[in-house]
Design a protein around this ligand. Sequence first.
Ligand code: ZN
Length: 110
Amino acid sequence: MSVALGIVKIAENETAKAKANRVDLIELEIGTLAGIELDSLDFIWPLAVKDTVLEKATKKIIIIPAKGKCLDCDSIFEIQHLYDCCPSCNSFIKGIIQGKELKVKALEVS
Ligand SMILES: [Zn+2]
């Protein structure tokens, strides 16, 4: 719920800044390691946006696949789980390059 409310808050700020009344389209980027359950977000969404600028908005979600960079051999690889090791050298030491994002990528207001 708090995730959805955070998104509503961002949308309300942006809508106010643009001096608009409502959001027509909201595009979210969510990484596979962001810890967001898309099913629960969909479930909670109608409740969270009720009586807000987002009530009539179309919600579009872009999934960002998680990627890590091995700190031992510099390989870049896709991560399914946080504890995955490097496919080239089996090292567990890696940096997360992407996959933890949760952000509002685009908003269309009117
Ligand atoms: Zn490696």
